[in-house]
Design a protein around this ligand. Sequence first.
Ligand code: F6R
Length: 603
Amino acid sequence: MGYVGPQEAAPIIMDGLKRLEYRGYDSAGIAISDGSIRVSKAEGKIVNLEVLLEAEPLAGHIGIGHTRWATHGPPSDANAHPHSDPSGEFVVVHNGIIENFQDIKDELAAHGSEFTSETDTELLAHLVAREYDGDLADAVRKTVALSEGAYAMVVMSSREPEKIIAVRKISPLVIGLGEGETFLASDIPAVLHHTRDFLIIEDDEMVIVTAEGASVETIDGEPIDREITHIDWDAEQAEKGGYEHFMLKEIYEQPEVITETLAGRLSEDGTVWLEDVVFDDAYIAELERVWITACGTAYHAGLIGQEIFRRILRIPANVEYAHELRYADPIIGPRELLIAISQSGETADTLAAARIAPDHGSRMLSVTNVVGSTLSRYADDILYTRAGPEISVASTKAYMAMLIAQYLLVLRLGAARGTVDEARARAVAHGLHSMPAAIEEVLRREDEVVAAAERIVDADDVYFIGRGLDYAIAMEGSLKLKEISYLHSEAMPAGELKHGTLALITEGVPVVAIITQRSVYGKTISAIQEVKARGGYVIAVAYDTDTEIERHADMVLRIPDMDDLLAPVAAVVPLQLLAYHVARLRGHDIDQPRNLAKSVTVE
Ligand code: F6R
């Protein structure tokens, strides 16, 4: 959030931060200039920062502020933004991730720089100060050229005290235009009560903001004539970015989440760097088994993990519900890795199961979305999912990031164990890097999913079937549907249907069949035929290239053709949308389903 104009900047910025507070954050900070810059920041809720500002108000007509969701370094006063260079003349706030963080840090340190935080953002402040030669915009341009990643950054300097400079590379950024005052924010609702006229900044653009307005240019300094967007949304719509619900917004954020989760971690040739996974190749070589533990949607992500660990690493892998594992007295050896997956990192059952690892002398790796969460503090190794705050109770984008994280992990382990050759690693890396575009394509087909939702909205029961990785996706599709549409649903391996559940398939009963895995294609077709023979209504999720499926299914939801190993990542999206649209047609409170909470911190 930023402001420049005739009013006191601090109250306007604090108000803007509070309007985005519902998205979750772990610390907050503000920098105000009245010629020289003063910074105030505090871990925890914005109210902590307000207390500081009451004791020591910051006066001035230009400023920037930020609420942080930790990526590098845990939540703390020191890690909160804004960050300054050592002179205090340049301050930066930043969303997103600088991928070549370590290289920049090493280089700055080699020249004697000392740091006051563990963040990548502080490095940006150092770089801007180093590159400054009388032109702030130019210093920012040079800093951007040195910084790889997906981010938005905002810079202010006492050397040029009338302006704020901001850059967007993927992370959102908007400018609000007032009368003799200008606002800057990561999203529209922060300033919608001040103005309805916005400049929407696009990727690889820079904007120079003064009280008189804002000039947009390319990152190379070419001017851009950006039209003003007039926003008619009310405050509630604006919070959801114009989407009807957070769940839909989060489904649509998934391509970006994949990009973020991969950022700086996966090269074109399939080499993987995982910053907080600290075990070495010798440990990996001796690994005898992988355990995965989690609950709910995170458990379903673990089902994918189990399959890909077995397939790629050729070692035993088991996923267990955390509430079961904790009381199962499992036989876990010291050469076995326990992976605990949790979006929140606070699920009581998962925390308890994760504690089993140290009791057996084995390592625990946590896959979590929340930096500094209890689970991350218990862990020996951490793989952060970088999905950003998830607001809808029904998890979508966090699940997506859990899948991507596990593909990264399997590539890392597979390379060290020699079970993934170069060609395979390169192919999987290519598939992962292409995934955001593939998901965009699936999202463009939402209308087809709406038609499927209309077909099943009045059903009493819906069944989901699939084999192997498709079965894991069936489980997640079924859970999504039941938790928000309150429609009874079950998932099972396609081959299991004939062992009992087929008795429930009668005329018109909907069965969603996920059919992407080529090695068992014919087997899933057989199950579909069993359903059709009883009058069931089959909605298939299949590749674009699958011409056979139309002869068997009543309706087909298509995904782009891809490596079967990665297909779950794309195949889950139509199922998320299906659950969403059924719930919408049934008129439910989608973001807050009855009886459910976002974080289950009780046993
Ligand atoms: C379903 C859902 C839950 C959670 C589960 C675990 O949409 O969100 O099933 O996945 O409660 O939560 P975390 O991942 O925070 O441990």
